[in-house]
Design a binder for this molecule. Sequence first.
Ligand code: MG
Length: 280
Amino acid sequence: MSKIIITAALTGSLPTKKHTKHIPITPDEIAESAYRCYNAGASIVHLHARDACGKPTSEPAVFAEIVEKVREKAPMLIINISTGGRGRGQEERGSALYLKPELASLTTGSVNFPDAVYANPPQLIEFLAGEMQKYNVKPECEIFDSAMIPSAVELEKKGIISAPLYFNFVMGLKNAIPAGEKYLLRFIEDIPAGSLWGVSGVGKHQLEMNALGIKYGGNVRTGLEDNLYYEKGVLATNEMLVERVVALANQYGRTPANPDEARDILSLRRIDSKYGKDTN
Ligand code: MG
């Protein structure tokens, strides 16, 4: 059976406790949710940080606490931190990379979000990619629209990021690429041979895109960052969403990769999470 890498995007930058009591906000809540998702079959957690008021932040001290607590609670998990942050400066957006997560998100272009521009000018992208290279962090290229794929390939040509490229297609966000099979197939066709990919569906598109990712042999991101509901009117937890992906994958004869299998598939370096030191 072919393996599937499941990423749990636990928190994101938008949901609050007013939207759902299940959204993990504090470092302790995030670590607990990460642990439950690991037990459910996730091998990667994608992390955002919030300040004491619950607002999104790139504050390195907050990220440090989250990463430390996740590594304590679930030392085997692969950590992927966000370098997003609308309106924040480049130094700020890259300020937690010194923590040397194995992965970090890198959006390789600008796009309209539902109510604002998500600005990622070329110099910011190159700066963040350069910081990732410096700290030996593999970028997960977050693709919200078609032009972001050649932009990522360009970074590889310049030697700022390394093959195999790893793409996360974020589909179904209003004003960005729509959800749907034809758009996914186009993305898969557009990426360089030998690249790795996963897919996220936003809101009501999560389940559909998760299923298509499984069907076409890719990997899948799920979690409350992208969608709050298990079904209409039923709020989800992160682990419920991971369990649902595992069950769907099993129907296609696919089983979740454990974190070390995922490290091999993605060509990630290994870290000794207890000491934060590279082991290879
Ligand atoms: Mg994110």
